[in-house]
Design a protein around this ligand. Structure first.
Ligand SMILES: [Zn+2]
Ligand SMILES: [Zn+2]
Length: 349
């Protein structure tokens, strides 16, 4: 089968590989019907994910059809259409039992697919702990509608869930990239009084304006003033930092009102400064982390009910055999790209 492979820093290559096999009784083999490219794939390509293993197939956002299951898999069966979770988790350890599946103590717990074990920018993928790693897609939900459930949408859902948003709140979301928009969709489910999005890219500002007209928009330079003018208590009640740029962490706590919750979803390239003397008396609560991706069934249900729709994010489509072109566009942010769907191999005659 074809598999897009991490060769070395700066170098991914489409290669022929053998089909994956069941290695454990809790594994499933999934035929990938639709995949995507995530910024984390680029982090691997750029060498900023030291635990990524050269030779592995990349890709951790995908949906597909179960081909084969190990003897101990109980929740899915061959023929089921499923979402694949970015995180591998056993469901039994201390952290899994508490819902902190990102910290599953299994040797492959957390983000393993497409990083430490073969992922889904390929025709087939082996999914360990299939009972927790796969969720059945309702019949009325399409592959495109379900594509982001296991990764970026799970992240947005988790971020909104831990941010303790109420209907009286002014919520500031910094960054309107794919994860920022997924976060926005999930924050909207909480019905806060106001949502302000801070973004600098004109294309992304236009996207938010067009699709979410009730959302207020500001740019980084004017953000603090704008939030002051559009909030009731001297700043945002809740801030979600999803940008991860040089100044965005600073902006996040500066725009927060005293006693606010600041949720940091962003992944930074560099350490960030936490200037405690400057924020003394502001009494902020910071929440940080990587997604606990254990809400996929609930997210699929919300999509089925029409309450979440991520399909506007899908701006481009390429077959797996043309994935190099897709990466070129995604990596260089060309042509207004937000997310790209990788479809099955197109035969070349
Ligand atoms: Zn990702
Ligand atoms: Zn676990």
């Amino acid at each position: 089968m074809l598999a897009y492979t991490y060769i070395s820093k700066g170098n991914f290559k489409l290669q022929e590989k053998p089909l994956p096999q069941i290695e454990d009784s809790r594994d499933a083999i999934v035929r990938v019907t639709l995949g995507s490219i995530c910024t984390s794939d680029l982090h691997i390509k750029h060498g900023s994910v030291p635990r990524a293993v050269p030779g592995i197939t990349v890709g951790h956002e995908m949906v597909g059809i179960v081909e084969q299951t190990g003897a101990d898999v109980t929740t899915v069966k061959p023929g089921d259409r499923v979402t694949v979770n970015v995180e591998t988790f056993c469901g039994e350890c201390f952290f899994c039992q508490k819902g902190f599946v990102n910290n599953c103590t299994d040797p492959h717990g957390g983000w393993a697919l497409g990083c430490r074990i073969d992922g889904g920018q390929a025709e087939y993928v082996r999914v360990p702990y299939a009972d927790s790693g796969l969720n059945r897609i309702p019949d009325t939900v399409s592959d495109e509608q379900a594509l982001f459930v296991g990764d970026v949408l799970a992240t947005g859902f988790w971020a909104a869930r831990i941010s303790e948003i109420t209907e009286d709140d002014t919520v500031l979301i910094i960054g309107a990239g794919p994860t920022g928009i997924c976060t926005l969709l999930c924050v909207m489910l909480k019905n806060p009084k106001r949502i302000i999005v801070c973004e600098k890219s004109p294309e992304r500002i236009q996207f938010v304006r067009e699709h979410y007209p009730d959302v207020l928009i500001t740019e980084p330079e004017t953000c603090q003033k704008f939030v002051l003018e559009h909030s009731d208590h001297g700043g945002a009640d809740v801030v979600l930092e999803v940008a991860g740029s040089d100044d965005s962490f600073h902006l996040a706590w500066e725009c927060a009102r005293p006693n606010a919750i600041v949720t940091v979803v962003a992944l930074y390239d560099k350490p960030q400064l936490l200037p405690l003397p400057n924020m003394y008396g502001k009494n902020l609560t910071f929440k940080t982390g990587g997604v606990d991706g254990c809400d996929c069934a609930e997210i699929l249900h919300l999509i089925e009910e029409g309450k979440i729709d991520t399909t506007p994010l899908l701006t481009h489509r390429f077959p797996l055999n043309e994935i190099e072109k897709a990466y070129h566009i995604f990596e260089n942010k060309l042509d207004g790209v937000i997310k790209i769907a990788i479809t099955k191999v197109h035969p070349v005659f």
